[in-house]
Design a protein around this ligand. Structure first.
Ligand code: F6P
Length: 356
Protein backbone atom coordinates (compact mmCIF):
# COMPACT_ATOMS: atom_id res chain seq x y z
CA UNK A 1 0.00 0.00 0.00
CA UNK A 2 1.34 3.45 -0.90
CA UNK A 3 2.13 5.49 2.19
CA UNK A 4 2.76 9.22 2.21
CA UNK A 5 3.77 11.64 4.97
CA UNK A 6 2.51 15.14 5.69
CA UNK A 7 3.71 17.87 8.03
CA UNK A 8 3.01 21.52 8.78
CA UNK A 9 5.99 23.75 9.49
CA UNK A 10 6.69 27.38 10.44
CA UNK A 11 4.11 29.82 11.78
CA UNK A 12 0.56 28.49 11.81
CA UNK A 13 -2.10 29.89 9.53
CA UNK A 14 -5.86 29.50 9.07
CA UNK A 15 -6.52 26.84 6.43
CA UNK A 16 -3.78 24.38 7.41
CA UNK A 17 -6.34 21.84 8.60
CA UNK A 18 -8.21 22.17 5.31
CA UNK A 19 -4.98 21.21 3.49
CA UNK A 20 -4.38 18.24 5.79
CA UNK A 21 -7.97 17.10 5.29
CA UNK A 22 -7.67 17.60 1.51
CA UNK A 23 -4.49 15.48 1.40
CA UNK A 24 -6.16 12.73 3.43
CA UNK A 25 -9.36 12.60 1.44
CA UNK A 26 -7.60 12.61 -1.93
CA UNK A 27 -5.15 9.94 -0.73
CA UNK A 28 -7.99 7.86 0.69
CA UNK A 29 -9.65 7.79 -2.73
CA UNK A 30 -6.47 6.21 -4.09
CA UNK A 31 -6.37 3.79 -1.16
CA UNK A 32 -3.13 5.33 0.13
CA UNK A 33 -2.16 5.58 3.77
CA UNK A 34 -1.24 8.97 5.28
CA UNK A 35 1.18 9.52 8.15
CA UNK A 36 1.03 12.90 9.90
CA UNK A 37 4.25 14.10 11.55
CA UNK A 38 3.96 16.21 14.68
CA UNK A 39 5.54 19.64 15.18
CA UNK A 40 6.84 20.17 11.67
CA UNK A 41 10.09 18.56 10.60
CA UNK A 42 10.88 17.73 14.24
CA UNK A 43 8.48 14.78 13.93
CA UNK A 44 10.89 13.25 11.41
CA UNK A 45 13.66 12.83 13.96
CA UNK A 46 14.10 9.19 15.08
CA UNK A 47 12.19 7.34 16.35
CA UNK A 48 9.68 9.68 14.63
CA UNK A 49 6.72 11.45 16.18
CA UNK A 50 3.73 10.64 14.01
CA UNK A 51 0.30 9.08 13.78
CA UNK A 52 -1.90 7.72 11.04
CA UNK A 53 -4.31 10.21 9.55
CA UNK A 54 -7.56 8.85 8.23
CA UNK A 55 -11.00 10.04 7.24
CA UNK A 56 -12.20 9.80 10.80
CA UNK A 57 -9.53 11.84 12.59
CA UNK A 58 -9.44 14.45 9.84
CA UNK A 59 -13.20 14.85 9.83
CA UNK A 60 -14.64 18.07 11.27
CA UNK A 61 -11.30 19.90 11.26
CA UNK A 62 -11.64 22.11 8.17
CA UNK A 63 -13.18 25.04 10.01
CA UNK A 64 -10.63 24.95 12.83
CA UNK A 65 -7.71 27.38 12.94
CA UNK A 66 -4.16 26.23 13.70
CA UNK A 67 -2.96 22.75 12.74
CA UNK A 68 -3.90 19.40 14.26
CA UNK A 69 -0.32 18.30 13.54
CA UNK A 70 1.35 21.05 15.55
CA UNK A 71 4.14 23.18 14.14
CA UNK A 72 7.28 25.07 15.07
CA UNK A 73 9.63 27.62 13.57
CA UNK A 74 12.41 26.56 15.89
CA UNK A 75 14.24 23.29 16.44
CA UNK A 76 16.77 21.16 14.62
CA UNK A 77 15.71 22.07 11.09
CA UNK A 78 16.50 25.76 11.31
CA UNK A 79 19.19 26.44 8.71
CA UNK A 80 22.58 27.32 10.19
CA UNK A 81 25.46 29.03 8.47
CA UNK A 82 28.14 26.34 8.22
CA UNK A 83 31.62 26.20 6.71
CA UNK A 84 30.39 27.70 3.43
CA UNK A 85 28.46 30.95 3.47
CA UNK A 86 25.15 29.26 2.58
CA UNK A 87 22.73 28.63 5.44
CA UNK A 88 21.81 24.96 5.57
CA UNK A 89 20.44 22.31 7.89
CA UNK A 90 23.23 20.18 9.39
CA UNK A 91 23.77 16.99 7.36
CA UNK A 92 23.32 14.65 10.33
CA UNK A 93 19.81 16.06 10.88
CA UNK A 94 18.96 15.52 7.21
CA UNK A 95 20.29 11.96 7.43
CA UNK A 96 18.13 11.25 10.48
CA UNK A 97 15.03 12.56 8.69
CA UNK A 98 15.88 10.33 5.72
CA UNK A 99 16.18 7.35 8.01
CA UNK A 100 12.68 7.88 9.44
CA UNK A 101 11.28 8.43 5.94
CA UNK A 102 12.72 5.11 4.75
CA UNK A 103 11.90 3.18 7.95
CA UNK A 104 8.25 4.10 7.45
CA UNK A 105 8.34 3.04 3.80
CA UNK A 106 7.05 6.42 2.61
CA UNK A 107 6.66 7.27 -1.07
CA UNK A 108 6.60 11.03 -0.61
CA UNK A 109 6.47 13.78 1.97
CA UNK A 110 4.07 16.73 1.71
CA UNK A 111 5.65 19.76 3.39
CA UNK A 112 3.22 22.58 4.13
CA UNK A 113 5.11 25.73 5.03
CA UNK A 114 6.31 29.23 4.22
CA UNK A 115 9.53 30.35 2.59
CA UNK A 116 11.84 29.01 5.32
CA UNK A 117 10.05 25.66 5.55
CA UNK A 118 10.05 25.31 1.76
CA UNK A 119 13.83 25.87 1.78
CA UNK A 120 14.05 22.95 4.22
CA UNK A 121 11.85 20.88 1.87
CA UNK A 122 14.20 21.75 -0.98
CA UNK A 123 17.23 20.59 1.00
CA UNK A 124 15.48 17.31 1.83
CA UNK A 125 14.66 16.89 -1.86
CA UNK A 126 18.27 17.54 -2.84
CA UNK A 127 19.19 14.80 -0.39
CA UNK A 128 16.95 12.24 -2.05
CA UNK A 129 13.60 12.63 -0.25
CA UNK A 130 10.69 12.94 -2.72
CA UNK A 131 8.91 16.04 -1.42
CA UNK A 132 5.95 18.11 -2.54
CA UNK A 133 5.68 21.66 -1.16
CA UNK A 134 2.47 23.45 -0.26
CA UNK A 135 2.95 27.21 0.23
CA UNK A 136 1.54 28.75 3.39
CA UNK A 137 1.66 32.27 4.78
CA UNK A 138 -0.86 34.84 5.93
CA UNK A 139 1.50 37.48 4.47
CA UNK A 140 0.73 36.43 0.86
CA UNK A 141 4.23 37.49 -0.13
CA UNK A 142 5.44 34.49 -2.17
CA UNK A 143 6.25 35.36 -5.77
CA UNK A 144 5.53 31.83 -7.03
CA UNK A 145 1.85 31.79 -6.13
CA UNK A 146 -0.79 34.44 -6.70
CA UNK A 147 -2.41 33.59 -3.39
CA UNK A 148 -1.76 31.62 -0.23
CA UNK A 149 -4.46 30.32 2.09
CA UNK A 150 -4.60 32.16 5.42
CA UNK A 151 -4.26 35.57 3.81
CA UNK A 152 -7.99 36.08 3.30
CA UNK A 153 -8.65 35.13 6.94
CA UNK A 154 -6.04 37.62 8.15
CA UNK A 155 -7.54 40.34 5.94
CA UNK A 156 -11.04 39.56 7.26
CA UNK A 157 -9.69 39.94 10.79
CA UNK A 158 -8.21 43.36 9.96
CA UNK A 159 -11.47 44.51 8.35
CA UNK A 160 -13.45 43.33 11.36
CA UNK A 161 -11.06 45.14 13.71
CA UNK A 162 -11.45 48.35 11.68
CA UNK A 163 -15.24 48.07 11.79
CA UNK A 164 -15.09 47.80 15.56
CA UNK A 165 -12.49 50.52 16.03
CA UNK A 166 -14.43 52.84 13.77
CA UNK A 167 -17.46 53.11 16.07
CA UNK A 168 -15.40 53.87 19.14
CA UNK A 169 -13.12 56.27 17.22
CA UNK A 170 -16.03 58.34 15.84
CA UNK A 171 -17.75 58.46 19.24
CA UNK A 172 -14.62 60.04 20.75
CA UNK A 173 -13.44 61.91 17.64
CA UNK A 174 -10.14 60.09 17.89
CA UNK A 175 -7.39 58.93 15.61
CA UNK A 176 -7.00 55.15 15.62
CA UNK A 177 -3.81 53.44 14.58
CA UNK A 178 -4.09 49.74 13.82
CA UNK A 179 -0.83 47.83 13.45
CA UNK A 180 -1.15 44.68 11.37
CA UNK A 181 1.15 41.79 10.38
CA UNK A 182 2.75 41.09 7.03
CA UNK A 183 6.45 40.90 7.86
CA UNK A 184 8.23 42.91 5.15
CA UNK A 185 5.22 43.21 2.85
CA UNK A 186 2.17 45.44 2.97
CA UNK A 187 -0.44 43.07 1.52
CA UNK A 188 -2.44 42.51 4.72
CA UNK A 189 -2.42 46.23 5.49
CA UNK A 190 -3.45 47.18 1.96
CA UNK A 191 -6.24 44.62 1.53
CA UNK A 192 -7.43 44.88 5.14
CA UNK A 193 -7.33 48.68 5.03
CA UNK A 194 -9.31 48.77 1.80
CA UNK A 195 -11.90 46.30 3.07
CA UNK A 196 -12.26 48.07 6.40
CA UNK A 197 -12.48 51.60 5.03
CA UNK A 198 -9.16 52.92 6.36
CA UNK A 199 -8.27 56.57 5.70
CA UNK A 200 -4.50 56.09 5.75
CA UNK A 201 -2.49 52.95 4.93
CA UNK A 202 1.21 52.84 5.71
CA UNK A 203 3.21 50.02 4.14
CA UNK A 204 6.91 49.15 3.77
CA UNK A 205 6.80 49.48 -0.01
CA UNK A 206 5.70 53.15 -0.09
CA UNK A 207 7.97 55.59 1.74
CA UNK A 208 5.96 57.92 3.98
CA UNK A 209 6.52 60.72 6.45
CA UNK A 210 4.68 61.05 9.75
CA UNK A 211 4.44 64.79 9.04
CA UNK A 212 2.34 64.06 5.94
CA UNK A 213 0.16 61.67 7.93
CA UNK A 214 -0.37 64.35 10.59
CA UNK A 215 -1.31 66.86 7.86
CA UNK A 216 -3.85 64.37 6.52
CA UNK A 217 -5.38 63.95 9.99
CA UNK A 218 -5.75 67.73 10.36
CA UNK A 219 -7.08 68.13 6.83
CA UNK A 220 -9.73 65.53 7.52
CA UNK A 221 -10.68 67.19 10.79
CA UNK A 222 -11.12 70.50 8.98
CA UNK A 223 -13.41 68.77 6.49
CA UNK A 224 -15.55 67.56 9.36
CA UNK A 225 -14.41 63.95 9.63
CA UNK A 226 -15.16 62.48 13.02
CA UNK A 227 -12.23 60.10 13.06
CA UNK A 228 -9.18 59.01 11.13
CA UNK A 229 -8.42 55.33 10.78
CA UNK A 230 -4.76 54.56 10.11
CA UNK A 231 -3.56 51.05 9.24
CA UNK A 232 0.15 50.51 9.56
CA UNK A 233 1.96 47.36 8.43
CA UNK A 234 4.41 46.02 11.00
CA UNK A 235 7.27 46.30 8.50
CA UNK A 236 6.53 49.93 7.60
CA UNK A 237 9.34 52.44 8.02
CA UNK A 238 8.31 55.89 9.33
CA UNK A 239 10.47 58.49 7.61
CA UNK A 240 12.51 55.70 6.09
CA UNK A 241 13.57 54.23 9.43
CA UNK A 242 12.60 50.55 9.62
CA UNK A 243 12.16 49.00 13.04
CA UNK A 244 13.91 45.69 12.67
CA UNK A 245 12.50 44.23 15.85
CA UNK A 246 8.98 44.67 14.56
CA UNK A 247 9.44 42.06 11.87
CA UNK A 248 11.67 39.54 13.60
CA UNK A 249 10.07 36.15 14.05
CA UNK A 250 10.22 34.19 17.27
CA UNK A 251 10.93 37.18 19.50
CA UNK A 252 8.71 38.79 22.04
CA UNK A 253 7.84 42.31 20.94
CA UNK A 254 7.25 45.29 23.14
CA UNK A 255 5.26 47.64 20.98
CA UNK A 256 6.05 48.17 17.34
CA UNK A 257 5.73 50.71 14.60
CA UNK A 258 2.06 51.36 15.50
CA UNK A 259 3.06 52.89 18.83
CA UNK A 260 5.66 55.08 17.17
CA UNK A 261 3.30 56.33 14.47
CA UNK A 262 0.60 56.92 17.10
CA UNK A 263 2.90 58.97 19.31
CA UNK A 264 4.23 61.04 16.40
CA UNK A 265 0.68 61.86 15.27
CA UNK A 266 -0.40 62.76 18.81
CA UNK A 267 2.61 65.09 19.20
CA UNK A 268 1.96 66.79 15.88
CA UNK A 269 -1.82 67.18 15.95
CA UNK A 270 -2.84 67.48 19.57
CA UNK A 271 -5.52 64.93 18.78
CA UNK A 272 -6.40 61.98 20.99
CA UNK A 273 -4.72 58.98 19.40
CA UNK A 274 -5.09 55.33 20.36
CA UNK A 275 -3.07 52.42 19.02
CA UNK A 276 -4.15 48.82 18.67
CA UNK A 277 -1.74 46.03 17.76
CA UNK A 278 -3.77 43.25 16.20
CA UNK A 279 -0.98 40.67 16.46
CA UNK A 280 -1.74 36.98 16.47
CA UNK A 281 -5.50 37.49 16.37
CA UNK A 282 -4.80 37.64 12.62
CA UNK A 283 -3.39 34.13 12.66
CA UNK A 284 -5.89 32.42 14.93
CA UNK A 285 -9.46 31.30 14.57
CA UNK A 286 -11.53 29.85 11.80
CA UNK A 287 -10.42 30.21 8.18
CA UNK A 288 -12.73 32.07 5.80
CA UNK A 289 -14.61 30.06 3.18
CA UNK A 290 -12.08 31.16 0.57
CA UNK A 291 -9.21 29.78 2.66
CA UNK A 292 -11.07 26.53 3.30
CA UNK A 293 -11.54 26.05 -0.42
CA UNK A 294 -8.00 27.11 -1.33
CA UNK A 295 -6.56 24.86 1.41
CA UNK A 296 -8.64 21.91 0.20
CA UNK A 297 -7.55 22.48 -3.39
CA UNK A 298 -3.88 22.75 -2.37
CA UNK A 299 -4.13 19.44 -0.46
CA UNK A 300 -5.80 17.68 -3.37
CA UNK A 301 -3.22 19.10 -5.81
CA UNK A 302 -0.34 17.88 -3.62
CA UNK A 303 -1.65 14.30 -3.86
CA UNK A 304 -2.07 14.69 -7.63
CA UNK A 305 1.57 15.82 -7.90
CA UNK A 306 2.67 12.71 -5.99
CA UNK A 307 0.66 10.55 -8.41
CA UNK A 308 2.40 12.30 -11.28
CA UNK A 309 5.77 11.85 -9.50
CA UNK A 310 6.48 15.56 -9.84
CA UNK A 311 8.73 15.58 -6.80
CA UNK A 312 10.58 18.74 -5.83
CA UNK A 313 7.65 20.87 -6.95
CA UNK A 314 5.35 23.14 -5.01
CA UNK A 315 1.65 23.77 -5.48
CA UNK A 316 1.05 27.19 -6.97
CA UNK A 317 -2.15 29.15 -7.61
CA UNK A 318 -2.34 31.16 -10.81
CA UNK A 319 -5.35 32.45 -12.77
CA UNK A 320 -7.78 30.48 -10.59
CA UNK A 321 -5.90 27.22 -11.28
CA UNK A 322 -3.74 25.06 -9.03
CA UNK A 323 -0.49 24.44 -10.87
CA UNK A 324 3.03 23.41 -9.90
CA UNK A 325 6.41 25.14 -9.87
CA UNK A 326 9.83 23.77 -8.93
CA UNK A 327 10.50 24.56 -5.26
CA UNK A 328 13.98 25.70 -6.29
CA UNK A 329 12.36 28.49 -8.36
CA UNK A 330 10.01 29.45 -5.58
CA UNK A 331 12.14 29.91 -2.46
CA UNK A 332 13.59 33.24 -1.42
CA UNK A 333 11.48 35.04 -4.01
CA UNK A 334 9.20 37.40 -2.21
CA UNK A 335 6.45 39.47 -3.79
CA UNK A 336 5.81 42.95 -2.49
CA UNK A 337 3.25 45.63 -3.22
CA UNK A 338 4.18 47.84 -6.16
CA UNK A 339 3.41 51.52 -6.05
CA UNK A 340 2.07 51.62 -9.60
CA UNK A 341 -0.28 48.65 -9.11
CA UNK A 342 -4.02 48.85 -9.81
CA UNK A 343 -4.70 48.10 -6.17
CA UNK A 344 -2.74 51.10 -4.92
CA UNK A 345 -4.33 53.30 -7.61
CA UNK A 346 -7.80 52.12 -6.57
CA UNK A 347 -7.01 52.89 -2.96
CA UNK A 348 -5.82 56.39 -3.89
CA UNK A 349 -8.91 56.84 -6.05
CA UNK A 350 -11.19 56.29 -3.07
CA UNK A 351 -9.23 58.86 -1.08
CA UNK A 352 -6.86 56.66 0.91
CA UNK A 353 -3.59 58.39 1.77
CA UNK A 354 -0.29 56.49 1.87
CA UNK A 355 1.42 59.27 3.79
CA UNK A 356 3.66 60.03 0.81
O1 F6P B 1 4.86 35.24 8.48
C1 F6P B 1 3.69 35.23 9.22
C2 F6P B 1 3.80 36.12 10.43
O2 F6P B 1 2.57 36.07 11.12
C3 F6P B 1 4.20 37.56 10.13
O3 F6P B 1 3.14 38.31 9.61
C4 F6P B 1 4.74 37.99 11.47
O4 F6P B 1 5.72 38.99 11.33
C5 F6P B 1 5.36 36.74 12.02
O5 F6P B 1 4.80 35.65 11.31
C6 F6P B 1 5.19 36.53 13.48
O6 F6P B 1 5.90 35.41 13.85
P1 F6P B 1 5.82 34.75 15.30
O7 F6P B 1 4.51 34.01 15.38
O8 F6P B 1 7.00 33.87 15.37
O9 F6P B 1 5.85 35.87 16.30
Amino acid sequence: KTRIGVLTSGGDCPGLNAVIRGVCRAADKLDWEVIGFRDGYEGLLPPGDYFTLDRRNTSGIMHLGGTILGTTNRGHFVAKVGAGDKAAIPQDIIDQAKQTFHNLGLTALVCIGGDGSLSTALQLFENGIPVIGVPKTIDNDLEATAMTFGFDSAVACVADALDRLHTTATSHKRVMVLEVMGRNAGWIALHGGLAGGADVILIPEIPFSVEKVAEEVLRREKEGAKSTMIVVAEGAAPDGKPLRHAVASGEHRLGGVGDIVGKEIADRTDKEVRTCILGHLQRGGAPTTLDRILGTRFGVKAVQLIEEKKFGTMVSYQNYLTLDVPISHAVHKLRRVTEDSQLVSAARAVGISFGD
